[in-house]
Design a binder for this molecule. Structure first.
Ligand SMILES: *[C@@H]1O[C@H](CO)[C@@H](O)[C@H](O)[C@H]1NC(C)=O
Length: 260
């Protein structure tokens, strides 16, 4: 043991100048930036945890993205991470479809999709409205929807085609209002969706009804008509919750708004 001590002294003596130099640079940087860096990191951690808790449905019913997190949500919703997260969700659906279902093949197999931020992306609208940091202006978003300019979420389009080609009937259940029917259909067709079985929109009788309740009623009608709902793909928890349930539910990321 005693023999090792001089060896370590030698090593330390050789390394000391380098360690010292690096430490000085580091210390200078830290003095300049430390407060800034710590604050940035803390905010990033805070906002990412807000975002994740929206996704898992712990944070509910928010009307706007917290002011201090607007930038974080903007970065996420325009990032390759958002695309990768969405693609991963779709891949999980594809995986599920390879083994899941003893399809009836008699026209009663059904699948449900949301429209907004599931088939069509509203990111171009939210870009102009602080990525959810502004309280939603119903008139403005309906104007955007009427323009039929929403792009497709490309990975969802591929899945839509795959499901349709399996002979599963596709039902679109959206919280958009009836007055948007023709613009919605035009938009869907323009970006490549075709061959769905029905598009359910909110009629006058659904005004003022919670979206969750409205969607439950739409699913119940399908079940009453004899359909088996194998799955739902949506970006809102209000598309999934309550009975009747499908076999599986697949949540796409969206932390810009919450539909109650
Ligand atoms: C909502 O949007 C409409 C149409 O873009 C606009 O005329 C109106 O001023 C907006 N309302 C508010 C409160 O910002």
């Amino acid at each position: 043991m005693a023999n090792l001590v001089p060896f370590w002294l030698l090593v330390s003596a050789i390394l000391a100048p380098f360690v010292g130099a690096n430490w000085n640079i580091l210390r200078q940087k830290m003095n300049n930036n430390l407060d800034h860096v710590v604050a940035d990191d803390a905010l990033k951690i805070y906002c990412e945890s807000w975002r994740v808790n929206v996704e898992v449905n712990n944070v509910r019913g928010f009307e706007v993205v917290p002011q201090e997190c607007i930038n974080h949500i903007k970065k996420y919703m325009t990032s390759s991470q958002y695309i990768a997260d969405s693609e991963r969700a779709i891949e999980e659906v594809q995986l599920y479809l390879t083994t899941c279902c003893s399809l009836q093949g008699d026209g009663t197999d059904a699948w449900i999709f949301d429209v907004d931020d599931t088939l069509l992306s509203n990111i171009p609208f939210y870009k102009k409205h602080d990525f959810g940091g502004e309280k939603l202006n119903e008139t403005a978003i309906e104007e955007w929807m009427k323009s039929s300019k929403a792009p497709a979420l490309e990975h969802t389009l591929k899945l839509f085609n795959l499901i349709r080609d399996k002979g599963i009937k596709i039902f679109l259940i959206s919280s958009r209002r009836e007055n948007l029917r023709s613009s919605t259909v035009d938009n869907l067709i323009q970006v490549g969706y075709h061959g769905w079985s029905a598009l359910t929109l909110r009629g006058l009788e659904d005004e003022g009804k919670e979206v969750q309740k409205y969607k439950i009623e739409a699913r119940q009608r399908l079940v009453n008509e004899g359909y088996h709902i194998w799955g739902i793909v949506g970006d809102q928890w209000s598309s999934f919750e309550g009975l009747p349930t499908p076999n599986r539910r697949f949540k796409l990321p969206n932390s810009m708004y919450y539909v109650a």
